[in-house]
Every structure is written in structure tokens, then in C-alpha cells.
Ligand binder design. Structure first.
Ligand SMILES: Cc1cc2nc3c(=O)[nH]c(=O)nc-3n(C[C@H](O)[C@H](O)[C@H](O)COP(=O)(O)O)c2cc1C
Length: 175
């Protein structure tokens, strides 16, 4: 099996990290993976904000989301990961959500290829598109006209789980 197929088969969401930070080389490789993702018409409209564990904005986003949702989950949104990447994109471009999805998966696969874990984080969207969206966009330095798309936390795995199972018959139709 080729290297990409192996990484695809191995990747699964990591919901528990050690405190070990990413090296500069690892972070650079993840950012490159995001930037190397294809975008519609090669618009390259996805921006990545790197936030390190301990930055108060992470807890503020979590608190805001929990307040809006009226619930506090048992687990921290970022599962103790040392680094969280927030992907924002041009709000007025119709392909932005698709392009952000491709970029975030590139990052998740690059993480797995480096022996790191990742978790794609959508639950912060409620906070980042809610009443405090402008304040968060500023705090995360989104470019003008950009809005939150998706986040991904990355780090060294403290917990592992098996990749998900799937049902070819349900999800694939061959004409
Ligand atoms: C768009 C998107 C949003 C997600 N948001 C969250 C999230 O907020 N928190 C979380 O723990 N996992 C989140 N996940 C991870 C999914 O729960 C996970 O990918 C799914 O259960 C399949 O498991 P696997 O990644 O191990 O294959 C998200 C995944 C995607 C693609």
C-alpha cells in the first residue's frame, strides 16, 4: 500500500494530547499542507491563524460557545492539544467552505503522516459566528471580509482510537 493510502487508513480523531509542544518544523509542515490544498479557481482564500495552548482566546471562545449553547461539555474543546489552527476564508466566495474543508483535511493527514494526532473542531463555530463574531475575528486576526470556517487542534497523541468503520453499500452508488 502506498504511503498516502496508509496515512488515510490510519488517521482517526485524537481526543487527548500530551503537553509536548510541536516543533517549528512540524508546525511549518502542517501550515504547508494547508496552503498546498487546492482551492476553486486557485483563489487561495483560506487563512490560517496559529494559536498556542494557554492563549486566553481559546478559553474565551469555549466559554462563549458554552454560554450560547447553555451547556458545558465534560471535555475541553481542544482536548489539551498544544496548538490549534483556525481556518478563516473569504465570506463572499461561494467555494470557501469546500476549500476550507479540503485544507483542514490536508492538515489532519499531514499530522498523521508526522506521527501526530489531530481533531477537527466545528463546535467553536457557534461562538465565532455569534454575537461576538467581530471581536473574535479581530482577536484571531482574520483578514478583512473573512469569516471562520473550521479549526483543527494538533499535538502528540495521549489517547488513540480506531479509525471509524464505514458501509460501502450505503454510501456508494455505482451506475
Ligand atoms: C466538520 C467537522 C467538525 C467536527 N467537529 C468536532 C468537534 O467540534 N469536536 C470533536 O471532538 N470532533 C469533531 N469532529 C470530529 C468528528 O467527530 C470525527 O471526524 C468523526 O467522529 C469520525 O471519526 P474519525 O475522525 O476518528 O474518523 C469534527 C469533524 C468534522 C469533519
Amino acid at each position: 500500500m502506498n504511503e498516502i493510502a496508509q496515512v488515510l487508513q490510519r488517521r482517526s480523531t485524537t481526543r487527548g494530547y500530551t503537553a509536548e509542544p510541536l516543533t517549528e518544523g512540524e508546525l511549518e509542515a502542517l501550515l504547508l499542507a494547508g496552503l498546498q490544498a487546492p482551492t476553486a479557481t486557485n483563489r487561495q482564500e483560506i487563512h490560517i491563524t496559529v494559536v498556542q495552548d494557554g492563549d486566553p482566546v481559546l478559553a474565551e471562545i469555549e466559554a462563549e460557545r458554552n454560554a450560547l449553547a447553555g451547556q458545558t461539555p465534560a471535555e475541553n474543546f481542544y482536548y489539551g492539544a498544544p496548538t490549534v489552527l483556525f481556518l478563516s476564508g473569504e465570506a463572499a466566495f461561494s467555494w470557501t467552505p469546500v476549500d476550507a474543508g479540503i485544507a483542514v483535511e490536508n492538515i489532519a493527514l499531514a499530522a498523521e503522516g508526522l506521527g501526530l494526532g489531530s481533531v477537527i473542531i466545528g463546535c467553536v463555530k457557534q461562538a465565532l459566528s455569534g454575537p461576538r463574531r467581530e471581536a473574535f475575528a479581530q482577536a484571531l486576526r482574520f483578514p478583512a471580509g473573512y469569516e471562520f470556517q473550521i479549526a483543527v487542534a494538533v499535538g502528540h497523541k495521549a489517547k488513540t482510537k480506531e479509525p471509524h468503520t464505514y458501509d460501502m453499500a450505503r454510501n456508494v452508488t455505482r451506475l
